[in-house]
Design a protein around this ligand. Structure first.
Ligand SMILES: *[C@@H]1O[C@H](CO)[C@@H](O)[C@H](O)[C@H]1NC(C)=O
Length: 313
């Protein structure tokens, strides 16, 4: 193992990950994030306004090119980045996730698509080490379709024990939720008891999401829903409220994961339109609360929505 030096990990480029998807993968993802029979533009590929749901690329890091299920253990904690200490895969927490839709993805990828991945931030504090990753989804010609950032918090990990923080790229910061007015939209939804069973079929087969004994042993009290499924519920809420439920309208979506959701829990997303965003979009601030736990599960929500996409009928 190489010498521990967090500085060395920042900017490290991982090997490219080949990825692919079919139209069926997009439809399966849509119900994994709770789309309903009434969401025809999301679940029905025969609907004239159907399009791939814009947050789909977030599953590709685990899915890769697989159609068959994969072995989750081979998909996590295997970073060859220099300078990092060993991380305990059971103490890694998905801290945040964002996706910028640069171009709408095609309905079927075909061969030659990749995620180009690098570490763009490392920070250490008393409780552990945060790694920030960037992943660019590119087609066979190298054209970028989506730009993803995620942060994972490795509880208990230790390099020097000193405070360290370096970051060379990252998502746009969240705007504060307006304190002086009620949300412009409130969207209620409910996850199903089988939500994690459906979501995992998009590529994240971590046993924590199906075997209640794992969640009991790790202090979650049973099965918890994939953070990225809740992420998709949030994206659907914002799209329905601000983007006319037209998949092309969502141009950026990012959150911080602040508490776990259990399959079957009800969710409430409060949405504020806070002003103009980049390229003619409307910037949205939002927060999603798990009504069963009473806790915020998606914090610091930011989205850019192209409302004009809604009237292009
Ligand atoms: C360390 O960073 C993590 C992730 O940002 C945060 O949740 C935690 O509270 C921090 N701990 C301390 C002791 O500052």
């Amino acid at each position: 193992m190489s010498e521990i030096n967090l500085e060395k990990a920042v900017g490290w480029q991982d090997t490219d990950l080949p990825v692919s998807w079919l139209k069926r993968d997009l439809l399966l993802y849509a119900i994994g994030i709770g789309a309903k029979a009434t969401d025809q533009t999301i679940v029905n590929e025969l609907d004239k306004d159907w399009a791939p749901f814009p947050t789909y690329p977030v599953v590709l890091h685990f899915k890769g090119e697989d159609q068959e299920i994969n072995d989750f253990k081979t998909r996590v904690g295997r970073s060859n980045a220099p300078g990092l200490p060993q991380f305990d895969p059971n103490r890694g927490v998905h801290g945040s996730q964002s996706i910028e839709v640069v171009k709408p993805i095609p309905e079927v990828s075909g061969p030659g698509w990749k995620l180009k991945r690098r570490i763009v931030g490392v920070s250490e504090n008393k409780s552990g080490i945060v790694l920030e990753h960037e992943a660019l989804l590119v087609d066979p010609h190298g054209t970028v379709y989506a730009k993803l950032y995620s942060a994972s918090f490795n509880l208990g990990a230790k390099a020097t024990g000193q405070k360290f923080s370096k970051r060379i790229a990252g998502p746009p910061p969240a705007k504060a939720i307006p304190k002086d007015r009620k949300p412009d939209h409130v969207v209620r939804d409910k996850t199903s008891p089988e939500q994690a069973l459906v979501y995992r079929l998009s590529g994240d087969y971590n046993g924590l999401h199906i075997d209640p004994t794992i969640g009991q042993a790790t202090g979650f009290g049973g099965v918890i829903l994939h953070g990225l499924s809740t992420f998709g519920f949030g994206a659907r809420a914002v799209l329905a409220a601000v983007g006319g439920n037209r998949p092309e309208a969502l141009k950026y979506f990012g959150v911080r994961f602040s508490s776990p959701v259990k399959p079957g829990d009800a969710l409430e997303t409060a949405i504020w339109e806070v002003g103009p965003g980049p390229r003619g979009t409307t910037e949205v601030a939002f927060v999603t609360t798990d009504l069963d736990s009473g806790k915020v599960c998606l914090a610091a929500g930011v989205a850019y929505v192209d409302k004009a996409a809604k009237s292009r009928l």
